[in-house]
Structures are given as structure tokens and as C-alpha cells.
Ligand binder design. Structure first.
Ligand code: G1P
Length: 294
């Protein structure tokens, strides 16, 4: 019987260099995708996967994140007074539950592995999810729910992967799969044999990159504790996972859905267009507005 995944770590401390100057005064994951910040969608995804507690790893100047998920008495009473019940409901729907969101300062940008390690005390001794919020995933069921489903059958550790765009493997973590799972016959869930962070061009062990959703066992914290710096001089989560793989199983899950890299200007634009088109009330009007521009 595997322990249930109840907590998720969302590392949001990055500078957002690729989306400057927009991300200068707004944390990059608080930039809008149509009518809500990126993070609101990722929190929805976490909740849909049964996550009860979200641990944000933040840095200085990111108070807007905490404020967004808190109640906003002034805005709420103004909306109430004006009888704007629909907007009020939307605003309230994004407020977190008391005691179910934690905010931890990373202090120094030492890498993704270090960011995740900062959550160790709040996670404790249970499996947990990691969600990289830059990567906005549109999927049904949501991407993390697909990962939790996979975890319920395999246990161990799960990494969500997807085919890497031609020539871009050196920018990501790349996984190696069990030889028996050759490309032609393999399904979406495969046992892994290795992984490497930002491989030199031509040395990547497969065409599948780590795209931003993980389910990990808490033993990763013990490894991260003394994890030396890796690619880019940063403490890499991938390196610690490669060590954990010596004693535990890892499965790579090719999830079904579409990923938008919102840490990139054009990725953010694509996400905006896609989410506007899919909007419950405004989708049709958005389509007309976009068409008129083309
Ligand atoms: C991080 C991870 C990498 C993963 C990528 C996905 O890299 O270390 O394994 O493929 O996110 O976006 P970063 O984008 O922080 O360089």
C-alpha cells in the first residue's frame, strides 16, 4: 500500500530572466494567463490531484503570491456592495484554506534541488509532489492527477516527461528508459534507468525531457542535504534523483496534454491564446478578437 500524496512543493523563487521586464515587479509566476495568474492554474491542478497542502518556495519581493491566495476583504466587500456576485465567486475560489499553504524563503538562488530541500520540514516523512509552475499543463485529467494515478500503480517515484523539441535537449533534464521498453512498443509509463541534467549536445540518453511534475519519496531530502553543485553551478534535483534511483524505482510518465512554457515570452503568449480560447464565458469573444488581429 503506497502512502497518499498530500503535499506539493512549488518552487517559484526564480528571477524570471526570460520574461523581463514584465517580471521585474511581478513574480514571474504571477504574470497573467488571460484572466488569472499562472500560479492559480497550477494550484487548481494540485487540488484536482488531491493535494491538501501547498508549499511555495519563494524569494524576497514575492509577497504578491501570499496576498493572492489570501482573503481580500476590501475587494470582496466592494464587489458585494456592487452586487457583482460572479466576480466575487471567482476571486474567492482562489483563496487557500487556512493552514494549507506554506511559504518558505529560499534565501539564495542555489538551484532547484536546494529549493526543494527547503521544504523538508514541512513535508516530513511522506511522498510529495513537485510542480514547476513555469510549465503550465493543459490536460484532462490534469497532469498531476495523471502522475498520481501512475504512482498508485507503481509506487516509488514518478517523473512526468515529454518529447523534447529538436536540438533543445541540452536545456533540460533528460531521462534514460529501460532498454526493453523500445520506442515502438512502449506505453506511456516506463521504468527509468537513468537521467542527466542538461546533457552536452549529442549525449542525451533519450528524446524525453523532464517537464515539471514529479512525485518523490522523502528520502530525496537526505541526498539533497549534501548534494554537490552540478550543471550551471547549481544544486540540481536531477542529480539527487539519479542517486535515489540506485535504491528506489523511478518511472517516467508521458502525460497526455499540452505544456506551455510560461517562463518564455512566446510560451506565455501561446498559453494566453490557448486559455482565452478555452475560457468558459469569453472563449467565443476571444476567438473573434484574435481572428480580427490576424
Ligand atoms: C529544471 C530542471 C530540468 C527540467 C526543467 C523543465 O531546469 O532542472 O530537469 O527539465 O526545469 O523546465 P531549469 O529550467 O530550472 O533550468
Amino acid at each position: 500500500m503506497t502512502k497518499r500524496v498530500r503535499k506539493a512543493v512549488l518552487p517559484v523563487a526564480g528571477l524570471g530572466t526570460r520574461v523581463l521586464p514584465g517580471a521585474k515587479t511581478t513574480p514571474k509566476n504571477m504574470l497573467n494567463v488571460f484572466d488569472r495568474p499562472i500560479l492559480a492554474y497550477v494550484v487548481d491542478e494540485a487540488r484536482a490531484a488531491g493535494i491538501e497542502h501547498i508549499v511555495f518556495i519563494v524569494s524576497r519581493g514575492q509577497g504578491a503570491i501570499e496576498d493572492y491566495f489570501d482573503a481580500s476583504p476590501e475587494i470582496e466587500s466592494a464587489l458585494e456592495a456592487k452586487g457583482k456576485a460572479d466576480i466575487l465567486a471567482e476571486v474567492r475560489a482562489d483563496v487557500g484554506q487556512p493552514g494549507q499553504m506554506s511559504f518558505i524563503r529560499q534565501m539564495a538562488p542555489l538551484g532547484l534541488g536546494h529549493a526543494v530541500w527547503c521544504a523538508r520540514d514541512v513535508i516530513g516523512d511522506e511522498p510529495f509532489a513537485v510542480m514547476l509552475p513555469d510549465m503550465l499543463m493543459a490536460a484532462r485529467p490534469p497532469a498531476l492527477a495523471q502522475a498520481v494515478d501512475a504512482y498508485d500503480t507503481t509506487g516509488g517515484n514518478i517523473i512526468v516527461v515529454e518529447p523534447v523539441p529538436e536540438g533543445e535537449a541540452h536545456k533540460y533534464g533528460i531521462v534514460a528508459l529501460d532498454d526493453r521498453a523500445n520506442e515502438a512498443k512502449r506505453g506511456r509509463l516506463n521504468k527509468m534507468t537513468g537521467m542527466v541534467e542538461k546533457p552536452a549536445p549529442g549525449t542525451e540518453p533519450s528524446n524525453l525531457f523532464i517537464s515539471g511534475r514529479y512525485i518523490l519519496q522523502p528520502d530525496i531530502f537526505r541526498i539533497l542535504e549534501s548534494q554537490p553543485r552540478g550543471a550551471g553551478g547549481e544544486i540540481q534535483l536531477t542529480d539527487a534523483m539519479a542517486t535515489l534511483m540506485k535504491t528506489q524505482t523511478f518511472h517516467a510518465l508521458e502525460y497526455e496534454g499540452t505544456t506551455y512554457d510560461c517562463g518564455d515570452k512566446l510560451g506565455l503568449l501561446r498559453a494566453n491564446v490557448a486559455f482565452a480560447l478555452a475560457h468558459r464565458d469569453l472563449g467565443e469573444a476571444a476567438r473573434a478578437a484574435i481572428k480580427a488581429l490576424l
